[in-house]
Design a protein around this ligand. Structure first.
Ligand code: ADP
Ligand code: MG
Length: 249
């Protein structure tokens, strides 16, 4: 089944066109990697799907236009880990994760979802700590637990591991891979590390200046030619040089 259909999406801030005629689809079971240089419009696209940005064109979630969906209904279907999540209040870790359950009302399974999400991200022991006192990585894992507790069908992650050290980076990607094994789910993820896009993505969309440069299987989308024209560098040569340093360690 189709989880997300984006057709001719356009977003503008005043006269400035940020997204232009963007179209792609995401099927159940797929992990779509949204890639492209800084400022390409990745976060803008995610904000449009999350309902925070006015747009032209059409966005359908599981076949239904999102403009006709109430916020709670949308929140039961799609969970978004935004690029910049902050908190201004002295909530505890558990309070923040519990907010992920708001769309489910007084579901008796709320406590179990919260507990499982805390354990999955390794924040169970810090559940009573104020989020104002967390490190950047701990805060990011807390927000990840919030979207996991939400139990959506479509998980949208905007640079989910940018504050995390390598161990948690690996954990998050492995965790999302396991999460995706349950039927009826899909992932849309923004990553800067193109090796991660190759390793974990089942498909990819490459954005350049608000347009889709290419889409399809990651190996095709991340071709040398495509990356030369979007990033203006030979990404593969650079990545090989970086990784080659480990060969004789
Ligand atoms: P990415 O996530 O790919 O790095 P963004 O979607 O965050 O890119 O931003 C795309 C472009 O839109 C950038 O040039 C950014 O400055 C611009 N932009 C984002 N939000 C706004 C806004 N609220 N008002 C004006 N311009 C914005
Ligand atoms: Mg961004």
């Amino acid at each position: 089944m189709s989880m997300l259909d984006i057709e001719n999406l356009g977003v503008a801030y005043g006269p400035l066109k940020i997204l232009k005629d963007v179209s792609f689809s995401l099927e159940e079971g797929q992990w779509l990697m949204l890639v492209g240089p800084n400022g390409a419009g990745k976060s803008t696209l995610i904000n449009a799907v999350a309902g925070g940005t006015a747009y032209t064109g059409r966005i359908r979630l599981q076949g239904r236009d999102i403009t006709g969906m109430r916020p709670r209904e949308r929140a039961r279907r799609v969970g978004v880990l935004a690029q910049r999540s902050g908190v201004g209040y002295a909530y505890t870790v558990e309070d923040v994760v519990r907010l992920g359950r708001y769309a489910h009302g007084r579901d008796p399974k709320n406590a179990a979802h919260i507990h499982r999400a805390l354990v999955q991200v390794g924040m169970e022991e810090k559940r009573d700590q104020s989020v104002l006192t967390l490190s950047g990585g701990e805060l990011q894992r807390t927000f990840l637990a919030q979207v996991l507790a939400q139990n959506p069908d479509l998980l949208i992650l905007d640079e989910p591991t940018n504050h995390l050290d390598l161990k948690y980076r690996q954990q998050v990607f492995e965790l999302v891979g396991k999460w995706l094994q349950t039927p009826g789910r899909a992932v849309l993820c923004v990553v800067h590390d193109l090796s991660l896009a190759l390793a974990y993505g089942t498909c990819a969309v490459l954005l350049k200046e608000g347009r889709v440069m290419d889409r399809g299987v990651p190996k095709k989308v991340l071709s040398r030619e495509n990356l030369l024209s979007t990033y203006d560098m030979d990404v593969a040569a650079w990545s090989r040089r970086m990784l080659g340093q480990w060969n004789d360690m």
